[in-house]
Design a protein around this ligand. Structure first.
Ligand SMILES: [Ca+2]
Ligand SMILES: [Ca+2]
Ligand SMILES: [Ca+2]
Ligand SMILES: [Ca+2]
Length: 490
């Protein structure tokens, strides 16, 4: 093939690959999925879980009733009897979250006095089957029984940005009662291992009548921050929120604010949760009042993160007042804008067919995924363009060295860094001397970082990928495509 034909072939191949990857990544479904997702994000639904049904005996089931966010809670969205028999609220807790990353809320049922009050069992019911099947049944490791409601509280939030809501167990009697700790069970590992054990700042050993805990992202890094709601701020006059972010490992509170419109609150009447109500990606505080309007109604108070909780709204719902002691679980939930998942070898094989060096490629993937996140290569279009480019370069081999070339600065790494000037620029940007150590450009430590550098610093390719302009992407990479061919719309 002459050079020109080879370039044309490359261009075509890239476009085909991108089309395949874009479809595989779900862009084709955006037209349908986006309005639904935006509606959901604009108004999270409120899930009211009843431990037992209206009818006693064998017909009693755990029930899930959902107040429709799109109707501002003036309508029911659904009433569901799960497949789980009715239970006692003393021995069971309920948490709403998305355990499997499909953007549908699942029900985490916790048997907190299992094994004769020696352990806690987790049963996750799949929202997609309307809570009639389980995603998993698990003994929670390392925590024992958690039936003491003055000591333990639970919520779900995504700590590690893998799109699955991890389970947070709040222990208000940690360290001999001096501290409150969170133990975070990893949804990505079927809750069999911990993402973290942390003592929370600010709160000391919490009185759970006064303090409530929730998780959501307040700072836009997609990792759940811990919201600590104090119902007795300033001697009981206010309700305040203290937020400790995942970015500092929950070691310090970076936000300490009174919540708009709320006097003091307590856990026998109020439930707090975190969900993004106004679609800015920041978790707003939902305070749900089970005894609004003189004990006649249930209302939702929302305080907005983007105004530091100084503004809010109050909405009376279709749900009449109820007894939180009998029905302890009511929580706002919405699918959040999920971060991109890590790319796996299996996915690359599904998209691109055979991947040679299938032993080498997985070694480079963790660093590649980390650098893709750092570069903002997190949307289907950007991933498509980036991965198609790396496929075209050296088929995802981090340690590839340009064959048949003897130059000291020959092509190396995922994106084939080439030429002394580029080795120097990359080194200046990444603070590593690739001119003196050119082989490092093909090391697992640096190869992916160089690809990020090229994609975002040496060039600015994400915007081109956003427009699905593969011709411009190719040109930025240096493939010099035919102008006529790339004038076509994608
Ligand atoms: Ca789910
Ligand atoms: Ca997670
Ligand atoms: Ca965060
Ligand atoms: Ca918000």
């Amino acid at each position: 093939m002459d050079a020109k034909a080879r370039r044309r072939s490359r261009t075509r191949r890239l476009r085909w690959l991108v089309a395949g990857l874009v479809v595989a990544s779900g862009v084709a479904g955006v037209g349908v999925a986006l309005p639904a997702a935006q509606a959901a994000v604009a108004e999270p639904d409120v899930f009211w879980v009843r431990p037992s049904g209206a009818s006693a005996g064998p017909d009693s089931k755990v029930e899930v009733h959902v107040l429709d966010g799109a109707s501002t809670y003036t309508k029911w969205q659904t009433h569901v009897a799960t497949s789980h028999a009715g239970v006692s609220p003393r021995e069971w807790r309920f948490v709403v979250g998305d355990a499997n990353g499909d953007d549908v809320a699942d029900l985490y049922m916790l048997s907190v006095a299992a094994g004769d009050n020696t352990r806690t069992d987790l049963h996750v019911y799949d929202g997609r089957t309307r809570f009639t099947t389980t995603l998993l049944n698990q003994v929670l490791p390392g925590i024992g029984a958690t039936s003491d409601a003055t000591r333990y509280q639970f919520f779900a939030a995504d700590m590690d940005a893998d799109g699955r809501d991890d389970l947070y167990a709040v222990d208000a009697r940690d360290n001999g009662g001096k501290n409150t700790a969170v133990h975070v069970f990893d949804a990505g590992d079927r809750f069999e291992s911990f993402l973290a054990h942390r003592r929370l700042p600010v709160v000391g050993g919490a009185d759970l009548q006064r303090w409530q805990f929730g998780g959501g992202d307040v700072d836009g890094d997609n990792r759940a921050d811990v919201y600590m709601i104090d119902g007795a701020d300033d001697g009981g006059k206010y309700t305040a929120v203290h937020i400790t972010p995942a970015s500092n490992g929950y070691t310090a509170a970076t936000i300490n604010r009174r919540l708009h419109g709320l006097a003091g609150t307590n856990a026998s009447r109020w439930r707090f949760s975190v969900a993004d109500q106004n679609g800015d990606g920041r978790g707003d505080v939902f305070g749900i009042d089970s005894q609004d309007n003189g004990g006649k109604d249930t209302a939702v108070h929302i305080a907005y993160a983007d105004t530091a909780f100084t503004t809010g709204t109050h909405r009376r719902t279709i749900l009449t007042a109820f007894d939180l002691a009998k029905n302890p679980t009511i929580t706002a939930w919405a699918p959040t804008q999920r971060p991109a998942r890590d790319v796996t070898l299996a996915e690359l094989q599904a998209i691109f067919g055979t991947i040679p060096n299938a032993d080498t490629v997985p070694r480079g993937l963790p660093s590649l995924n980390a650098q893709m996140r750092a570069a903002g290569i997190t949307t289907p279009r950007r991933k498509a363009a980036f991965l198609a480019t790396l496929r075209n370069e050296r088929v995802f081999k981090y340690n590839a060295v340009q064959g048949g070339a003897t130059s000291r600065y020959r092509g190396r790494g995922f994106i084939q860094l080439t030429g002394e000037a580029n080795y120097r620029s990359a080194g200046n940007s990444l603070n590593h001397d690739f001119v003196a150590h050119p082989d490092d450009a093909a090391s697992v430590d640096w190869s992916a970082a160089i690809a990020r550098w090229y994609w975002t610093v040496a060039r600015d390719i994400n915007p081109l990928a956003d427009r699905l302009d593969m011709g411009a992407v190719n040109k930025a990479i240096g493939y010099a495509p035919e102008a006529a061919e790339d004038a076509e719309p994608p």
